[in-house]
Design a protein around this ligand. Structure first.
Ligand SMILES: [Zn+2]
Length: 283
């Protein structure tokens, strides 16, 4: 991945700030609206009592040179997303509002509840923010077998920005409504979740294509590392690794093959109008 001098990605860096959670007073934890990057497990959101105990032990510290470099890289990637989505929205006669990117470690508060590293990166519609603990990428490599490169991080961030785009376009509102109604079976709701996730992968592909056209960021192997990560977080791969078998009905993010397919569909078309994952899955 080729770096550019773009900066200004709307990043809030909470790393090293020492126990970002102030115990107590957080009130009801809203989990319904969270879209997880990995298989959605709402129980991963800790209750505030646990947090209050664990976070008080974290001390303030300086970020290492490498951590600072990663922060700078995410800031650059954030800016790439702003530039590209600004352009795409303008082409469609609408205004883009940029999301916030929050880097944290172990735990931090969000308007969707308490963010915890174990949840993986996620987007919170309530505060239009993407929450990312960079230790996720170590796990992606060690537990899910992905070969992590800089562009892996770009893909994951673009996937989360894809959820933000869905929020701005009203898609998340529709899926929430579906979840709130009694019309759908659990299997159907899982399909809706899969369609939501595959569309975020599709948007990440569109983003990669457009950004590369404008900024020439892709280097040999980059596309492959995004595809590799998309496959690694496919439900079949995650289930095989965590429980030893695959249950397609419980898929919430799509299979490895589907995730690769929709990312590439976005990349090859570069056209957000080709990303209707819903009508194809919900028959
Ligand atoms: Zn997602």
């Amino acid at each position: 991945m080729r770096w550019t001098d773009d900066r200004g990605g709307n990043v809030e860096d909470r790393r090293g700030s020492g126990g970002a959670i102030v115990g107590g007073g957080l009130g009801t934890i809203i989990i319904a609206a969270i879209v997880f990057f990995l298989g959605g497990d709402p129980s991963a959101i800790l209750n505030s009592e646990n947090i209050a105990q664990s976070s008080s032990a974290d001390a303030k510290r300086e970020l290492s040179a490498n951590e600072q470099k990663i922060g700078e890289m995410v800031d650059m990637m954030g800016k790439w997303n702003i530039i590209t989505w600004d352009q795409i929205f303008k082409e469609n006669g609408i205004i883009y509002e940029k999301p916030k990117i929050i880097l944290f470690e172990s735990t931090t508060s969000s308007r969707c509840g308490i963010a915890q590293s174990a949840m993986g990166p996620f987007y919170c519609p309530a505060d239009q923010s993407i929450y990312m603990d960079m230790s996720f990428f170590n796990e992606l490599q060690s537990r899910f077998g992905a070969k992590v490169t800089e562009f892996t991080i770009a893909y994951v961030l673009a996937h989360e920005v894809g959820h933000h785009v869905q929020n701005l376009l009203g898609t998340l509102n529709e899926t929430d409504k579906a979840r709130g109604s009694a019309r759908y079976s659990e299997a159907q709701l899982n399909q809706i979740s899969v369609a939501t996730e595959l569309q975020a992968d599709f948007y990440a592909g569109v983003w990669a294509k457009k950004t590369d056209t404008n900024k020439n960021i892709l280097e040999p192997g980059d596309l492959e590392s995004a595809i590799n990560a998309a496959e690694a977080v496919g439900d079949d791969n995650i289930q095989k690794r965590s429980q030893g078998y695959v249950n397609q009905e419980s898929f919430t993010h799509g299979s490895s093959a589907q995730r690769k397919e929709w990312f590439m569909k976005g990349y090859n078309s570069g056209d957000i109008k080709q990303g209707d994952t819903f009508s194809q899955l919900l028959r």
